[in-house]
Design a protein around this ligand. Sequence first.
Ligand SMILES: [Fe+2]
Ligand SMILES: [Fe+2]
Length: 456
Amino acid sequence: MTMNRRDFLKKTAALAAAAALPEVAKADEALKAIEAVAAEDVQAGQAASDASGKLIISAPMLQNYAETSMGIAFAVSDMANGYVRYSEKPDMSGAVTVKCGGFRVTDMNEHVMQIRLTGLKPATKYWYTIGADRIAYKGGYDMKITGNEEDSRVYSFTTAGKAANAHFCVINDTHAHWNTFSAATAKIANLAPSCVIWNGDATNVEESIDSQVKIFLMPEQGRDDFAAEIPYFFCPGNHDSRGMANRHLERVWMYRQPEERSSRDWDLGRNFAVRMGDIAMIGLDTAEDKLDTNPLFAGLFNSGAYREAQTEWLRDALQRKEIASAPYLVAFCHIPLFDPNPKSNPGDLDPADVSPDYRGDFASWQRTCANLWGPLLAKAKCQLVITAHQHRYRYDEPDKTRPWAHMVGGGPSLKGGGHATVIEGRVESGKLIVNVHSLEDGSIQDTHSFAPRRKR
Ligand SMILES: [Fe+2]
Ligand SMILES: [Fe+2]
């Protein structure tokens, strides 16, 4: 997307204002300025609409990569009931049809079709097509199918599992910056990983499902099918809970199936512990960057209990056989679990996130999560935690108190010190190699390798 003169002037002014501040405040102010402009961009652009009369208006997106299940979501322009046909054969012979929704009723709606395929074989390639029935709904006794549309393309995906190719990419803090997202998806298409972890702050403040559809299913970039054959995970960032629509993000980005977790973890639909070749991947949600007690949020957020619930989930997930036996353990979450700067706001400054000893009024890193999850990850010999949020790439070597390495992905811009990154991890010659690709100039700006945590 090209930037018009108004956008250019706004962004330049915002960055110039931030640049004039003292050094300690600069990073926080620049982050706020960029995110405020990004939020306006999305609202000004608004959203999923289609003048062609087509019912299916996006390519499918593979959501929540897993060993024996796969989520498939796509956008529609009218009341519809969607379905997926899938087969182990490229000619679609013996295809099985799965409709959206679960028991009792199908999930008829006019925005997003979500179909989760279950009972799949691990590390297996499947071919699939998508389709939807157009529904005329006039009341509880007056509904009919008035048309059908199918995407003619046959797509494919490969499930996770011990025999899958151990290769991931991470993007973060895209904040609906379409030019950055476009560069990221081009790099990912080139690298062709088995999966992508979208590590939060995909959104800004979303008040409508249409703007969420635009961000996740119809982003303005050159590859409509960016997630049609490469599955994505989502670790939400603080922004992904803001705005009325984001309080129900699951309407656009589905939860895992209830049967994929215990009843205790019923509400933890986004956490993942998935084996991909020699890598076990753990997904956590650091939630808001403000305390639940911060008056700004009027007591309408519940991050504290959420983090503690995830701790119990994590403790059990790390002991699952396929996770415990993996040579490499990598965890992902949005807000950093470490910061070497003693002035960085740790997110636990009760009650309103401010203290004269720290800068800013929101969490720069998450000390509560680090205290809850860090020891469990250390005990499990986790080699690396990949985070985001600070809009500037950083690598923190392990130390005596923190045996896992810590990496922070870049920001939403294509230029400057906070430029965007694609972090790529793959197992090669008995090591986990992590390359950090700069989206400013395409170079590999940093690289690290990790030995197996135990003998295979
Ligand atoms: Fe961000
Ligand atoms: Fe963030």
